[in-house]
Design a protein around this ligand. Structure first.
Ligand SMILES: Nc1ncnc2c1ncn2[C@@H]1O[C@H](COP(=O)(O)OP(=O)(O)OP(=O)(O)O)[C@@H](O)[C@H]1O
Length: 334
């Protein structure tokens, strides 16, 4: 039986007005997330991950941005919603966790008040019930001594604890979809692992769908069931995490995986780096494979003029045909 789709994004395009030019940042992006599924979007800085995630929440300035395509949450269109209904959706149906929890929590209010305000706003909950929900959510987020934490200001808590509180605050509204935009990047490795375990337990206990935005394939391998690889505003490869990690086909995915620091890296071992950088929005080519300039040794006829996503096996999609002719060049290692 096919799992029920929680989120369905179809042909999403996001462009920004810069003076009199419309610059495209996200092109024709389509994907879905089922209830209780963890999907990761991975790519280098500037590949369009955050712009995609922000579009789901209507976070872009509508005067400076053109957004088109379809975004449906449980079959209901989000994109065509009015600004006020988007605001209601934000936080209640779709929660977001950012990298920098210190800035997300309000420094002048005790944690308890932040829960009360959030729950009052979305559910008109009274103080007593809100406090109960806050304590339950903190417990779910693995926060010990919830009474002390509720009575604290954010600066009185460690970075890892603040991130847990932020997650507890987000899940206190029981959103159906949780977006984590680099939720572990600012944390040290041990805490990173704990936060990823926490996201996994939220997904299994509350059946929350999770969209994880990350540049780190280690995070993807740890937690996601499916992965979407983005480059220069486009999806270049997607599929089950095990398939993408064990059988990456697009040269960009292969490069990303090869440039990871392996757990047992020897000190004098060479680490692969991808030469060049993601094109800026003003440099984005009109046609051709967007990754071609970074693999100049691959023959030009191995690329498609208008690269499409091809399904190479069940659920495994790869853009362009260049992967068929791609071989790593040893001289690009440093
Ligand atoms: N509000 C904006 N106005 C103009 N350009 C923008 C805006 N927001 C993002 N961009 C551009 O869109 C492109 C994609 O940015 P995005 O933030 O989605 O990248 P990312 O993959 O999330 O990388 P990072 O991890 O660095 O945030 C970049 O070229 C960025 O400069």
């Amino acid at each position: 039986m096919e799992a029920k789709k929680l989120l369905e994004v179809t042909n999403l395009n996001v462009s920004f007005w810069k003076e009199d030019r419309l610059l495209n940042a996200v092109k024709d992006v389509s994907f879905h997330i089922n209830h209780g599924e963890i999907v990761a979007i991975v790519g280098e800085s500037g590949s369009g991950k955050s712009v995609t995630a922000e579009a789901l929440l209507g976070l872009h300035d509508s005067k400076a941005t053109e957004v088109s395509g379809g975004i449906q949450l449980e079959g209901e269109s989000v994109l065509s919603d009015t600004h006020s209904s988007l605001l209601k959706l934000r936080g209640k149906e779709i929660g977001i966790i950012f990298q920098d929890s210190m800035n997300s929590l309000d420094p002048v209010f005790k944690i308890e008040n932040q829960f009360i305000e959030t729950l009052k706003k979305h559910f008109k909950m009274n103080k007593k019930t809100a406090k109960k929900v806050a304590a339950e959510s903190l417990k779910l987020a693995g926060v010990p001594d919830s009474d002390r934490v509720l009575n604290s200001y954010p600066h009185e808590l460690s970075g890892g604890l603040q991130q847990r509180v932020m997650i507890a605050l987000t899940i206190s509204c029981r959103p159906k979809l949780l977006i984590g935009d680099e939720p572990t990047t600012a944390l040290d490795v041990t805490i990173q692992y704990q936060i990823l375990s926490l996201l996994k337990s939220i997904q299994s206990e509350l059946n929350t769908g999770i969209l994880l935005v990350t540049h780190d394939f280690g995070v993807v391998a740890e937690i996601a069931t499916r992965v979407i690889v983005m480059y220069a505003g486009e999806i270049v490869e997607s599929g089950k995490t095990s398939e993408i990690i064990n059988n990456p086909l697009h040269p960009y995915t292969q490069s990303l995986l090869k440039s990871r620091i392996p757990k047992n890296q020897k000190r004098d071992e060479l680490l692969y780096t991808i030469k060049g950088k993601v094109p800026s929005l003003t440099e984005m080519p009109e046609s051709g494979c967007r990754f071609a300039p970074r693999i100049p040794w691959a023959k030009s006829n191995s690329h498609e003029t208008y690269p499409k996503l091809h399904e190479v096996s069940d659920g495994h999609l790869v853009r362009c045909t260049c992967w068929k002719a791609f071989n790593f060049q040893p001289e690009v290692a440093i």
